[in-house]
Design a binder for this molecule. Structure first.
Ligand code: DTR
Length: 341
């Protein structure tokens, strides 16, 4: 009996040891380290969403993945984000596609004046569009999520109430929004958001065209005492990952990242929409900013100037080999779908 017992214990012992020897070691906390680059300063919305993604990933992987974030262009800047990630200078990067209009033709079509009402709807539309067309411009990276800003408005040092007021005024915008400023007769100056505070300070531009949360996050309300409400176009963003870094991830981590894609898009859109409201209230209350609502007749004139933009885009994109009509039709259909929800 005693002999049998000893044998049993020995068998169990060596059995367990055997299993331990052949099992892969459990992944230690922080065993996968990923760098995540971003171009604007930490308090702005692209970085707020980055920190939220980091927190969710670290939580959902039980700390197996550690994400080290680099805001403010400390690892990669606005214009070399995509190529830097492709080259592996960062594992992950967040880019504003509007800064390279010719590179991201399909996804940048979301910044045509088609009436995207807010960032939540915009972000979901952009993600659907990406999923449907899987543009070649992203073939060298893994796309983790996409999102958009809220619609753009004019923030300026001088009041802009009519098309006559905006004529020839130096205003900053990029990508699709740039064309819109030009159509209204402004002197459009292109630069990433990260370069805008200095340009405003030095007087290189008299204002900018963007979503209004920047009034608070960049303290533009201290300089720009006027906002002309146009609620026109959104700016699309993408979060991309180096393909080798992605391929090296274990399947359970890949699944966690994939499960987060659309959730992160929606979270960011929602954060942006709420934050714009906060920034507007703050600008009115503490900075005495005047919010100018265009009269109906004036607005009709501004809208009429935008009418040819989509048709011109279709012509050009078609000539370049893109299914341009279908893209515009899809964006319009996605707008209706999400507006209803
Ligand atoms: N509207 C785009 C993108 C943008 C909007 N808010 C922020 C904050 C930080 C960086 C970029 C942006 C733009 O004007 O560049």
């Amino acid at each position: 009996m005693k002999k049998h017992f000893t044998l049993l214990v020995a068998t169990l012992f060596w059995g367990v040891m055997g299993i331990l020897v052949f099992l892969p070691p459990p992944a230690a906390a922080g065993s996968i380290k990923l760098s995540y680059a971003n171009f604007p300063p930490a308090p702005t919305f692209p970085c707020v969403q980055m920190e939220r993604w980091k927190k969710e990933v670290e939580k959902r992987t039980n700390g197996k993945v550690q994400v080290n974030t680099y805001p403010g262009g400390t690892l990669l800047g606005a214009k070399n984000m995509m190529d830097g990630v492709i080259a592996g200078q960062a594992d992950i990067g967040n880019l504003c596609m509007a800064y390279q209009p010719g590179r991201f033709v399909i996804t940048n079509a979301t910044s045509l004046p088609l009436g995207i009402p807010n960032a939540t709807v915009g972000s979901l539309i952009l993600w659907d569009l990406y999923q449907k067309y899987k543009p070649k411009s992203f073939s060298k990276v893994k796309v983790l999520t996409m999102f958009t800003t809220a619609p753009a408005n004019i923030m300026s040092k001088i009041p802009i109430r009519t098309l006559a007021d905006i004529k020839g005024v130096d205003l900053r915008a990029s990508g699709g929004a740039a064309q819109i400023l030009k159509a209204w007769g402004a002197n459009q100056v292109g630069m990433p958001m990260s370069a805008t505070p200095e340009a405003l300070q030095k007087g290189v531009v008299k204002g900018l065209f963007s979503s209004l949360e920047v009034m608070k996050d960049f303290k533009f309300a201290e300089i720009c005492k006027y906002v002309t409400l146009t609620d026109t176009v959104i700016y699309p963003f993408a979060v991309v990952m180096n393909m080798d870094s992605w391929n090296k991830l274990p399947d359970d981590v890949k699944k966690i990242f994939d499960d987060l894609s659309v959730e992160q898009a929606k979270w960011t859109g929602n954060y942006m929409d709420n934050h714009v409201k906060e920034a507007v209230a703050w600008s009115k209350k503490t900075q005495n900013v005047e919010f100018i609502q265009l009269s109906k007749e004036e607005k009709a004139k501004w809208d009429a100037r935008l009418a040819p933009i989509t048709d011109n885009w279709i012509k050009k994109a078609k000539a370049d080999g893109y299914p341009a009509e279908a893209i515009v039709k899809d964006i319009k259909a996605f707008i209706e779908k999400y507006k209803k929800q």
